[in-house]
Design a protein around this ligand. Sequence first.
Ligand code: AMP
Length: 687
Amino acid sequence: MGAIVGIDLGTTNSVVAARNAYGRPEVIPNRDGGHLTPSVIYFGVQPPVVGQEAREWARVGNEEIASFFKPHMGSPQFKLRFHGRDYDATALSARVLAKLKADAEAHLGTTVDRAVITVPAYFADAQRKATIEAGRLAGLDVARIINEPTAAALAYGLQKTGADETILIYDLGGGTFDVTVARISPESVEVLSTAGDHDLGGKNWDDRIASYLAEKFAAETGIDPLDDPQALNEVLLLAEGAKWTLSDRTSARITLQLGTVRKTYELTRDAFEVMTFPLMDRTLRLTEEALAEARHDWAAISGVLLVGGSTRMPMVRQFVKQMSGRDPRAGVNVDEVVALGAAVQASMVEGTATTDATPRFSLAGMRRVSDVMSHSLGVVALSADGKSYVNDVVIRRNAPIPAEEAKSYVHATHGGANDRLEVYLTQGESPQPIDCTVLGKYVFTGFHVTDRDVKVDVSMSYDANGIVQVRAVQRDTGHRLTMEVEPVPDDLSWLGQPPETGGDPENATLTRVYLLIDVSSSMAGAPLMEAQSAARAFLDRCDFTRTEVGLVSFSDVVTLQADATDNARKVQAAINRLEADGTTNLAEAVSLARTHLHKTDRRRYVVILTDGYPDAAEAAVAEASRAKAEGIDIVAIGIGSADRDYLRRLASTESGSIFASHGQLVSTFGHIARMIAEGGRGLRTVS
Ligand code: AMP
């Protein structure tokens, strides 16, 4: 048997570690002598290169580059094409793993054939399975998948010899944010809760600077860098560089040259912190969510562990100090601690798996790790009144794993005519299945026929890797039913409809949507931040081959932030730069959207988000009526002190007026985007 290593397969960088001759985990340097191997692949040479050299090619703007693919693990939609071949995120990750394996073998002088690989706690089933598959493709038997914050706690617990304590692990990487509450002792790590956002990381901080630069450059020169992918890449690189500078210094000079036009800007750390405050604030919300799930308050937390490259930003340290009342724990290498923890877990796996008599160093008594999953597991069920589909949670999130629960079904076999029970498994918290991830369609057959309905116990579990396992037993006979996992159908729109109606085929319509976002002063801070996340979620769900989206902000000033476009980045940049101030002139905003929707034969929507009454409420209703009379469909979403009746008067239909409470806005917008993509049934005035 070859050696086993621990691997932190990161969005930006990856690290491999193993225990040394003294039983201590240590990072294995790559062939260039570095501890971090960029998770970047350059396809311009044969064979493609991985790591630092690939990153250099990316820096000079080469396009045959694959990077930042980890967030797309397990997604069938994500594909990159190089030299006529498609690569999904699993295949790309396999190349990074193969490089890490080869470098580790060169350093250790032995074969490496097994690994413990870490994943963000927020990774769901498909992403975990894809990670195991990437390992297999790279020639590694993946002995275990563990959560990154748990690995960090393991490594930290090992280096500490103190009493039991409860710590919070704040892990802000390049593309994901995870926060975990764990009890650690020299012998064990017990994760109590975890929360996170897989769309929040250093990249969002870069985007914020990039939007700021692009906007300034466009205003001064008339050239918008967002129009050209090459220029955009340049702006993003400069933005990240400036962010790093601002970790060491209080201001950064940024020179942007496009063609012969050159401009220099000065960005201070203070200004950077102000423009990215909503992002920091979002981490606070998620941290509080994790604490509440663990049923703890700050007083019960004895320290905060910072993990991930983005925690180098001074604002993170300040923020953590402000939240917890203490400085974060020192002595942790934010880049390496996760890989070291994976190596500790690897030793534990090996300790239990090895039966040979070779003497081994024990790892300071570390014996037990217990973890949780951050997503609930459930099934699609009929509501009690039979009028809708609901997400019936079976294993609640933050239950310790491995976890197993059963759900009973009554199955009518009709004397053998019906030998098929279909179960749709969901992962997610929303009561509406359409807002959850549907993991699979599990089809059970092989019933022993009786003349009665039979009871079926379907058990589902999270194994120690956080991967979902399902099986079913016919209760009266006790025999296990045959199970097949069928692909999830592309069209799941029926989940959002009453059970008896079918799907709507007329979903190929071209659409133009204007988002009208309230930026009056009452939206300042958290509400605007949530609105921005929701608007981004909306964009994520839009099919930009058929949809154009524009953005209008309204306070006392109404601004066309983005003309309707099929360039998602442009709208995203516009969303990022929203700022709240002033009162609410909704009427003028609707009127502006109407003019921009006037000359198009696309299906037209206006989606309004507001948190209260506008200044001239009746004028806004009148404008909305005019728009509706012209065939524009209006969706009105309210938060905060918005009035439900008022929303109803603005919207085209009852189901197009929605009041979202705090925390629901992202899923509400996602829901609206899907409804629009599916032809807008229920949002449209039926003429
Ligand atoms: P990770 O995924 O943990 O490797 O973190 C990568 C992220 O950390 C990227 O967004 C980097 O831009 C960010 N990062 C690395 N070094 C610094 C630094 N000195 N200041 C701010 N961000 C940094």
